[in-house]
Design a protein. Structure first.
Length: 116
């Protein structure tokens, strides 16, 4: 999956999680139409917007130990310096980790190796 496709999939996932909150305020139809438009590539969310959605869904943080399982790769393939670190020790941005995982998969697919 390409980087932008993965970003849009995350956008739709977070919008679905927010659907029940939006329905309480009369915005359920708008959220549903936005999800459908995003799936048809009529609109797209930026990385900043997806980060805001993840923060609203309280799903923005991931521990250093959980990144390996999230990305399905070994720890030696992960360069933690390229993932945005949040203020608490050992806590990273989940959206950035997922987007970095796409870079790792692309690098493996092309047969390139990182620095040792």
């Amino acid at each position: 999956m390409k980087r932008n496709e993965r970003l849009q999939a995350l956008c739709r996932m977070y919008l679905r999680k927010m659907r029940h909150l939006a329905a309480k305020h009369g915005l359920g139809g708008w959220v549903d139409s936005t999800i459908k438009a995003n799936a048809r590539a009529e609109c797209s969310g930026t990385e900043h917007e997806v980060r805001m959605l993840s923060r609203l869904c309280d799903d923005e943080r991931v521990n250093r130990d959980d990144i390996q399982g999230l990305l399905s790769c070994s720890l030696c393939d992960i360069d933690f310096g390229k993932i945005r670190k949040l203020p608490r020790h050992g806590i990273y941005s989940k959206v950035d980790a997922v987007m970095y995982g796409e870079k790792i998969k692309k690098r493996k697919k092309n047969g390139k190796r990182g620095k040792k």
